[in-house]
Design a protein around this ligand. Sequence first.
Ligand SMILES: *Cc1c(COP(=O)(O)O)cnc(C)c1O
Length: 439
Amino acid sequence: MEISGMDELGIFAEVESQARSYCRSFPVVFDQAQGSYLYDLKGQAYIDFLSCAGSVNYGHNPKPVKAAVIDYLQRDGIQAALDMHSRAKQEFLFNFRKIILEPRALSYKMQFTSPTGTSVVESAIKLARKVTGRQHIVAFTNGFHGMSNTSLGLTGNRDNRQPGVDPYVFRMPYDGYLKGLDSVEYFERLLNDNSSGMDLPAAVILETIQGEGGINVASADWLVRLRKLTAKHDILLIIDDIQAGCGRTGTFFSFEPSGITPDMVCLSKSLSGYGLPFALLLHRPELDQWSPGEDNGTFRGNTLAFVAATNTLQEFWSDDRLVKHIQANEMLLKTWLANVTERFAVHIKQVRGRGLFYGIEFHDASLTAAVTRACFARRLIIERCGPEDQVLKLMPALTIDAETLQTGLASIFEAMQQVLEYPSSSESDTDTDTLRFYQ
Ligand SMILES: *Cc1c(COP(=O)(O)O)cnc(C)c1O
């Protein structure tokens, strides 16, 4: 099989910073994308099981959303608007309340922050500290909350952490982190013990399913007890639903099955439904103690994202068709996962997840890497997560059709067969540049 030569990749290697990352796993130049397919410069198709880390949950260029975006551009809809009133924002506010909040009996205020995940986390923490007058934030082992100072302080991964990140973070074990330790019980003990050394925190922030951290799933019971404990001690509970939200786990918000109501919710990634930068902080009305302009930012009114997001809500969330579709796909995925776990039992440590957000943890991280490379050789885009990148992360589009899902899963199966059962035919070099010579 032919994979694009280095010549067309030259400009990236010569000019683009070493900070680049995902491109190293997939050394081709992508040009077009539709639904669950990506196309490179040569028109070669790839099935997408990465969905831009959950930023294109509805597939690439979903047609009804695209039509609305084109129409908005065509009629010279206002683009840059700071946070002035725009019709685009008006319609999004109206529709988000009607389609998402009201049916779930949620009465959050909506704050548009700067349009990335890390900035909505920064705003949430800033607000929590302002409202409570306290400084410490509880974050969890293997949590991921972004790359700017405060968010990075909350993020666990040592490869990303830097000296000087926000130090006022108290790290707690996530659900299931240590066998036999109930971390909510531990937290309660620390709060009640006057000499535990823990300052009363302003807030607790967590993902209900840790995305980058390895698809670690918090149980509903653990979440409910954490909610009760935080409420009792007047500590704000912030759910970072940037990756697990927007339908990824089978419901719009990932915390819905547990029945908890967080004090704040962070959304970004798939919120626009079109891969456009967009972020939203939801907070209880009593917490809305900002003075005008106190948490300012130029791109808090990304009108094209508002337009795309409004149409995404209308198209995918105003009835239960998408939820049913996700459930059907999950059934299919779970059957496949059961087969795979049995077939490759010696290599697989655990399979975890919910909705269309699953991870296959291998005992040996180098095998996970080899499997992703073997997938790419079969033109399937899939990534890894977890502290050692030992977890194969399955994140197809929520809208994927059963046939494409099966085709993608068959490619993973073949890749696993090749790597796990015929290792001599697989390369073991971790340098992705060798991929060109592979297969
Ligand atoms: C991606 C992500 C972020 C950070 O979002 P950016 O847009 O990359 O800044 C924060 N939290 C979670 C859970 C994420 O998955």
